[in-house]
Design a protein around this ligand. Structure first.
Ligand code: NAP
Length: 270
């Protein structure tokens, strides 16, 4: 997928680009020729990631930015334009999440997650989108999760926000196609990134074993594997794909756990 320098001359903003999937996407785009802007709250994350991305030969700008704050996002886009003159790719990857029963979720907890995922994706899309409209080209990729449409226990804040981002994806694709802007969503499967495995309680081998049993491909995915798909969706090879959601979860959301176990039991007896 993709030639080595297929992002040469392009400028990409990756939110949450200092850790986990965001870092892998920034590395993938950088190693394929893009200048990369990584933005999140914690400068330590950004500085460490920038070193790794620069080692791939890419130009990197780190911007301290809380995507919940519209003014900070405005600054992020301004700094990108000042440094690189344009923005070709925006990856809305930043997120926060924690497991909580819906009846125990406080307004603060709700606002924290919805603020990052839904508001943050909107502020970034809106402000980078205005630059893309001026340019007459651009690509926005929103990282969501399959529970945006399946729902899942313990994540009403995140599922609601990701569903909103999916609606945003389709709506902006319909509105901004005329400006040469593509907008897509990518729903990765389970990746044992340090943030997710701690917050979503799958940091033990036992939990991961249970998860693997629910996945038809029988393995978790990795940020590196998903980053290649993200880069494809942002590349010219996906030039006619817009308003779509691409799922890379090893078939997990299709596989009803009860039926999968029953099927495995029957298959074992065959
Ligand atoms: P992660 O390493 O915890 O990534 C989250 C990133 O978001 C961090 O770099 C964090 O950086 C940044 N962030 C958090 N709050 C922010 C804010 N207010 N403003 C700016 N940046 C902020 O987790 P991950 O697993 O790589 O997740 C990446 C994406 O994949 C997320 O959208 C997640 O929902 C999605 N996803 C993950 C999985 C999975 O199993 N891991 C499955 C499906 C979907 P700072 O702390 O420096 O701010």
């Amino acid at each position: 997928m993709g030639s080595v320098e297929d992002f040469a001359g392009q400028v990409a903003i990756v939110t949450g680009g200092g850790t986990g999937l965001g870092k892998s996407i920034a590395l993938e785009l950088g190693s394929r020729g893009a200048s990369v802007v990584i933005a999140s709250r914690n400068e330590e994350h950004l500085i460490a990631a920038a070193k790794d991305i620069e080692a791939k030969g890419a130009e990197v700008l780190t911007v301290s930015c809380d995507v919940r704050e519209a003014q900070q996002v405005e600054e992020l886009v301004k700094k990108t334009i000042n440094s690189f003159g344009k923005v070709d790719v925006l990856v809305n990857n930043a997120a926060g999440n924690f497991i909580v029963p819906a009846e125990k979720l406080t307004p603060n907890g709700w606002n924290a997650v919805v603020g990052i995922v839904l508001n943050g994706s909107w502020y970034c899309s809106s402000m980078a989108g205005q630059e893309m409209i001026k340019q007459g080209s651009g690509c926005i990729l929103n990282i969501i999760a399959t529970y945006a449409w399946t729902g899942a226990p313990g994540v009403v804040h995140s599922a609601s926000a990701k569903a909103g981002v999916l609606a945003m994806t389709r709506t902006l694709a319909a509105e901004w196609g005329r400006y040469g802007i593509r907008v897509n969503a990518l729903a990765p499967g389970v990746m044992a990134t340090s943030g997710a495995s701690k917050n979503l309680m799958f940091d033990s081998e036992k939990a991961q074993e249970m998860l693997r049993a629910q996945i038809p491909l029988r393995r978790l995915t990795t940020p590196e594997e998903i980053a290649k798909l993200a880069a494809f969706l942002c590349s010219n090879e996906a030039s006619y794909i817009t308003g779509d959601v691409v799922t890379a979860d090893g078939g997990r959301w299709l596989a009803d756990k009860g039926f999968l176990e029953l099927y495995d039991l029957q298959a074992a007896g065959r």
